[in-house]
Write a protein that binds this ligand. Structure first.
Ligand SMILES: [Zn+2]
Length: 271
């Protein structure tokens, strides 16, 4: 059985502002006993082991107005320590004259294997034309693009940009692009997110940052999209092991749990 945590943040302590640490400390106090030790390649691998998870997707970010900057280079080097760690790049069209070129460098030089876009943290709509060359690149390389969708409690974020409905344009315009909706439209847009995952063969519902025990409340028809649901923890905003156990105790068929906990992710990551 292949298992994947599709959503890990591992920036150095000083890369994040105070309010990010305050939130994470509440959600995951243990790692703050020794941040450097837990949030290191060895530390993450140990936490994945404890949770029974084989692979982890590790995310870069360029969100200076909200959560900080964790550069592509840093994430690439972090993931270089183990084949179990899969590096995702990020871009920000406000900071980079040519985001597609920056992304291509991340793929070809840094060997990164996907992209995360943070619309509400960057104040950019997912269907912004400046990002279209980036999506073309991702489609060409066959790598997934993940979008933050739904609410965020961090100051400076504007959640209108994270309505999953804007991903509809991208799903239609890039039919071979693998699109991952992180947090499943959290809070405001569960229906929209579910509808897109059900309608578009290239759109996936990633459920990090949601309490697993509420998953069937948010998505009562989850069993109708068995090949589209993807597990993530949003570490350090949550404890990886508790999230895995939460999925494990849902009243769903074991075969579907295996898909959620890794088989679906393995397919789009081509593991
Ligand atoms: Zn995230």
């Amino acid at each position: 059985m292949v298992t994947v945590d599709f959503h890990l943040h591992v920036g150095k302590y000083e890369m994040y502002p105070r309010w990010v640490h305050e939130f994470q400390r509440k959600m995951n106090p243990t790692i703050y006993l020794d941040y450097e030790k837990y949030v290191s390649p060895e530390g993450i691998l140990r936490l994945l082991d404890e949770a029974g998870i084989e692979y982890g997707v590790v995310l870069a970010e360029y969100n200076p107005m909200v959560t900080g900057i964790v550069p592509n280079e840093y994430i690439a080097e972090f993931c270089g320590k183990s084949e179990r760690l899969i590096a995702f790049a990020s871009v920000n069209p406000w900071l980079m004259a040519d985001p597609a070129r920056k992304f291509e460098e991340a793929l070809s030089k840094l060997k990164m294997r996907g992209l995360k876009i943070y619309p509400s943290y960057q104040h950019v709509y997912p269907n912004d034309e400046r990002l279209y060359p980036v999506y073309r690149k991702a489609e060409e390389f066959g790598v997934p693009v993940m979008f933050h969708t739904g609410s965020s409690i961090f100051q400076g974020s504007k959640i209108k940009y994270s309505n999953p409905i804007y991903l509809d344009d991208i799903a239609v315009d890039f039919p071979d692009l693998k699109i991952v909706m992180a947090h499943g439209g959290r809070g405001l847009w569960y229906k929209e997110a579910f509808f897109l995952a059900r309608t578009h063969r290239n759109v996936y519902l990633e459920v990090s940052g949601l309490p697993p025990k509420n998953l069937l409340k948010y998505f009562p028809e989850l069993e109708k999209i068995p090949d589209k649901v993807i597990f993530g923890s949003d570490f350090p905003g949550a404890t990886i092991k508790e999230c895995v156990e939460g999925i494990g105790s849902l009243p769903l068929p074991e075969s579907l749990k295996r898909k959620i906990l890794g088989e679906n992710a393995a397919k789009i990551l081509e593991l």
